[in-house]
Ligand binder design. Sequence first.
Ligand SMILES: [Zn+2]
Length: 967
Amino acid sequence: MTASSAPATSYKDTLNLLQTPFSMRANAKVREPEIQAFWAEQRLYERLSQENSGPAFTLHDGPPYANGALHVGHALNKILKDIINKTALLQGKRARFIPGWDCHGLPIELKVLQGLSSSERAELTPVSLRQKAHTYALEQVEGQKAGFRRWGIWADWDQPYLTLQKSYEAAQIGVFGAMVLAGHIYRGLKPVHWSPSSRTALAEAELEYPDGHTSPSIYVAFPAVQLPEGLAAQLNAAGLTAEAAIGEGGLAVAIWTTTPWTLPANLAVSVNERLNYAICAVSPRGENTAPAASHLVVAAELRESLEASLGLELQPLLNVKGADLEGIVYRHPLLERTSAVVIGGDYITTEAGTGLVHTAPGHGVDDFNTGKKYGLPVLCPVDEAGNLTAEAGRFAGTNVLKDANPTIIEALEGTGLLLKQERYEHRYPYDWRTKKPTIFRATEQWFASVEGFRAAALEAIAQVEWLPASGRNRIEAMVSERGDWCISRQRTWGVPIPVFYHRETGEVLLNEATLAHIQALIAEHGADVWWECDEAGLLPADYTAEAAQWRKGTDTMDVWFDSGSSWAGVLGGIAGGESRAPELHYPADLYLEGSDQHRGWFQSSLLTSVAVNGHAPYKRVLTHGFTLDEKGRKMSKSLGNVVDPAVLVEGGKNEKQEPPYGADVLRLWVSSVDYSADVPLGPGIVKQLADVYRKVRNTARYLLGNLHDFDPARDAVPYAELPLLDQWMLQRTAALIDSVSGDFERFEFYRFFQALQNFCVVDLSNVYLDIAKDRLYVSGAGEFRRRSCQTVLALVVLCHMAEDIWQNLPYPVAETSVFERGWPSAPSEWRQPALEDPMDRILELRALVNRQLESCRSGGQLGASLEAQVQLELSEGSEATAAALAWLESSAHPGVDNLADWLLVSALQQGGSAPAEMLAEASEAGLTVRIAKAAGEKCERCWHYETDIGSHASHPTLCGRCVAVLS
Ligand SMILES: [Zn+2]
């Protein structure tokens, strides 16, 4: 070939242009499922989780409820779990992940009921209802499962655990049985929503709150008959003697209620120990009559408003704390008995009433809990139909929805203790079927006695590592304060409480033999057997003869008992139990859920595990916050701020407005947030993340494109022979790997996100690739190593992109998938912190030069930076820079470690005289930078300005360096 036959344009083809099939566009909608199919075909998760040589790692999945579409909260939770599991897999651990679903419970039962016509409902049997609920739950599981898989989550998707599986239900009965035999389960009264009109207990979801409900509201004085010593002394000092206070017409505590029919069940008056109360002298206002009490106790804050509403002057005599009132004994205004003032809780406020709360433990949840604290009986003088019983004394036979209220109010009027009555409009629960008001009524329920193992539970909490540490305080406070756990529900869709009642005496049959027998039946047939068989079919052989005497119970277990038994049903943590996979162990290494689960699953799992085995089911508990919109508001349909993860991944109806970003962008979001608090998500954030994703992808593509003719086996350069620039880049890489490994140990993925972004944008793009633009082929070894470890760093988060990069490597690799490559570790020779300081100085110099070049460019004096030459002058104060320049000059590779190239200018001069036609000048810390136009002409191939252009006959438009490359 002769010079004249080479057309000028052909020089472009002699440059190392990007050559890679790895596309700039992610095309995630197509490419991600392809990559997932590749993983499935390679059985990657199965192989790594079962055949890795390291220890087993058990992250036990908390089961989402099998109802409804996936939301971003699910994404945050499952993707965090996946990042942790993939990290463990890369570290060589056997991280088997069995996903689970919570399948029983009221919401599903209601969904099924709502889908039926009234005639279908009438024909419904418990067994047919359960079959429909079973089918519905499985459909929901399949829908959610498809969503999880699309996000690239690795798990045993074909063998999940479901709380409706026979083996799971049997293990749950095992947990219940072990608690029974250890004496932790008992039967007792508890108030529940009760519908007198349909004579049944109702769940929260079966209630409705129609507008316009009014109740008869009454204020009543309960006369004191005894005072605690401290209060008596204070009153005495204020001028009210104990004799006067507890005498006829003396001191009384004022209460307010909207359910007068509960007064016969009154067993206490509760106060808030932290509130201020006023003891007031009473006198009538205007024409009002005086009540039968000279002094009243009311909340200090309500005194003035009560003066108006009661029509009384309330002259404050003494102010006390609620705690001071504890121990006042009062006389029931209607019945022959006395009760005491007790400390309730923060449910007692000054929003309405008097600040002192009439307490009937059989007819209210707060009342019940307060009564429990003081050992009060659960008095419930109301029968199934709402009729008061003999325990209500002279009011027996009246009905709570009819004549009980007026009868009781009338009786109070006769005592002089009724301070006021009026109609009161408020939210009140009605039966959704009969449209009649409901009441709270104590019924027989099954309880787990937390008191029996509270100390062991608190000890177990102390043994667990809580992340963040505040989680420990939360759960500790909840477990310290919680009452006994009511585990029975009057529902059909659940696991039965396997108990028999004697038809005559009501005696309970629940022992080792019956429990073992029913557990075996459920293991074989599933929990349906409880509804399908009669007593003879459910009782063990020893009891068959007397089967007719027994009636099986109809209660099911609280669904929190279901999910709280998963350590037994999945991890095999119960005697005779089997774990779902040999890699799973109990206690689990990690539980990871939202921070509300201190109240929920973390706690129910802890309580059952401690009750049965004496320790927690987990070693570590990690919590995450909740997802909010970009303004920190809850996501809701009405606000229109819901981010649907399916739309984010697959795109919306109009892909221009809602493009398919792919699962990796969703995953990148999860990795980017500090999830220890609540985390925001919205369109602005998604756009930013998509930008970061593109930058990472672009960097990867750039590296791949420059490797097209590179084969590490053939072209690798030993570390010691690398130029300083490459060595520095490897030091940065090693530093990145080290810091990111630490971040992952601490589950602080957002630090990884920041580090990755810095590495790609600053170290790689702005410095290394910028400087190395025209010589990437020189140091292939560095490229190769850097790219491969960067890939591994990104892969647990951007797993699809990482695999895509791996599949597009231009040279042969041993591993079929990037996931077989293991967690990255930097060779120790890469760690050369001594490179950082001189490099930092030179980067500062580079920044100074760039600022001057930029100002020349914006002033129109320069185009490309290669049109410039730079002169440096070093004076006092610039010793460190001088040392850095000397270091650079000492490089064994002056062709690469060349300051002019690093600055992207055509010529560089150190010292000497200032250029004649200076374009810019700046000084900083003893260093002066001067910019001028470069001498010579522009080389057609490399665009450098050189003075030797035209001196090569074969290529008259090229510089000497380019001529050398071409020959
Ligand atoms: Zn050139």
